[in-house]
Ligand binder design. Structure first.
Ligand code: AOS
Ligand code: ZN
Ligand code: ZN
Length: 393
């Protein structure tokens, strides 16, 4: 038995070396709550500078080679030039996020709005986002809709599903053969009575109807409290419908705090299902993105910390002795099986990750390397007048 036992550390090293985490451009701009946006010095003034900040995260972690855009927050005249700019800085443009929630027209919704003219406007924007993808070479279009209602009777729930479905079909038909539609669900907010894509089941059903290139995005902050998110991950991976993650953590609602900060054990359980379901295999197409707001902490450092948190949870999940776990499960050894999982979770993986970074020519401590680089001070000195960017703009 001992001879056929693989050392989980070997697999961990291989997978961790190739793991990549996508950064959201909007995490680098000023953000806040409805009560106050606290500005930070050196905040990017435009998408070009947001990409430069993302590149700084990648420089020290080696694990964040792509940056997601949000349109129109990241509107530029020439997206191909923006993609070149990213490449020059050592990163690439990743997912394109559509924004059909910030205009006055969208008070009663976007693609599910009762007014056909507003629905048309929203749909035109979604199509324009696919044009952006064509220019940047992006694979994924991420759709999150703020659509819903605040009061019973405000609109017809079923008709809204018909309108949503019509728009999704239209966007899906516009996609190129190598492009995908990621449908993101969220239980509530900004709508408080009903939401048109409230949960994974609704997103899954729409994606099934659309076809193979429509997949579900799981934002970890978008569930009711105590939802077993790892079950959703396991289910969606089993049916080939998990497209991506928006990682963040929450104490109350959609808090968008740093991933792994509120509940590292939950992140570990999710990463266990990710590994189990093959989402970190070499040919996996699951995208791992951050969707966070750094309201009070420094933004670049906040992203670096988040990337490290994902790496640590992944390393722990990869260290689970799967042979022992399977044997304990098969024998009905409840405590034994649980102990296998907990042993891995309680392992200090920081030395392993530090070693892997050194092998890649990186500083073993990305936070310290970023601090020492003087990047933040330089940005603060050079970027005058950068008060708002992205979220809160
Ligand atoms: C909104 O709650 C969602 O998480 C979306 O992913 C959204 O596009 C993103 O958070 C930027 O606001
Ligand atoms: Zn999200
Ligand atoms: Zn969210």
């Amino acid at each position: 038995m001992a001879t056929e036992h693989h050392d989980p550390r070997d697999l961990a090293r291989t997978v961790l070396r190739r793991q990549s985490i996508e950064l959201p451009s909007w995490a680098f701009g000023n953000s806040g709550t409805r009560f106050k946006v606290f500005g930070q010095p050196g905040v990017p003034r435009d998408p070009w500078e947001k990409i430069a900040d993302a590149a700084e995260v990648h420089r020290h972690t080696g694990a964040a080679p792509t940056v997601a855009l949000h349109i129109p927050w990241d509107r530029v005249d020439d997206y191909a030039a923006l993609a070149d700019h990213a490449r020059d800085l050592g990163v690439r443009i990743g997912t394109i996020n559509a924004n059909v929630f910030q205009d006055d027209d969208y008070k009663l919704g976007s693609v599910a709005n009762p007014d056909p003219a507003v629905r048309r406007k929203a749909l035109d924007h979604l199509h324009a986002c696919v044009d952006v993808m064509d220019a940047t070479g992006s694979r994924d279009l991420k759709l999150w809709f703020a659509d819903g209602t605040n009061y019973p009777g405000q609109d017809d729930l079923r008709t809204r599903q018909d309108r949503l479905s019509e728009a999704l079909h239209s966007v899906y038909d516009r996609l190129g053969t190598n492009q995908r539609l990621q449908l993101e669900y969220k239980l509530f907010e900004p709508a408080f009575y009903s939401t048109d894509v409230p949960d994974w089941g609704t997103a899954y059903a729409h994606c099934l109807e659309l076809g193979e290139r429509a997949v579900v995005c799981v934002d970890t902050g978008h569930h009711a409290p105590h939802t077993n998110i790892e079950f959703i991950v396991a289910f969606l991976l089993r049916s080939g419908k998990l497209g991506s993650f928006d990682f963040n953590s929450r104490f109350y609602a959609d808090d968008d705090l740093m991933v792994g900060a509120a509940d590292p054990f939950q992140l570990f359980r999710i990463m266990h299902e990710v590994v189990r379901g093959g989402a970190l295999d070499e040919d996996s197409e699951v995208a791992f993105m951050l969707d966070q707001c750094h309201n009070i902490e420094p933004k670049i450092a906040g992203q670096i910390r988040s990337v490290m948190n994902v790496q640590e949870a992944t390393a722990k999940a990869l260290l689970i002795d799967t042979a022992e776990l399977a044997a304990a499960q098969q024998e009905g050894d409840v405590l034994g099986a649980n102990a296998v999982l907990m042993d891995a979770f309680n392992t200090d993986v920081r030395p392993l990750l530090a070693e892997l970074r050194e092998e890649q020519g990186l500083d073993p401590d990305p936070m310290a390397a970023h601090r020492r680089s003087g990047y933040t001070e330089r940005a603060a000195a050079e970027r005058k007048g950068g008060t708002q960017a992205g979220w809160g703009a």
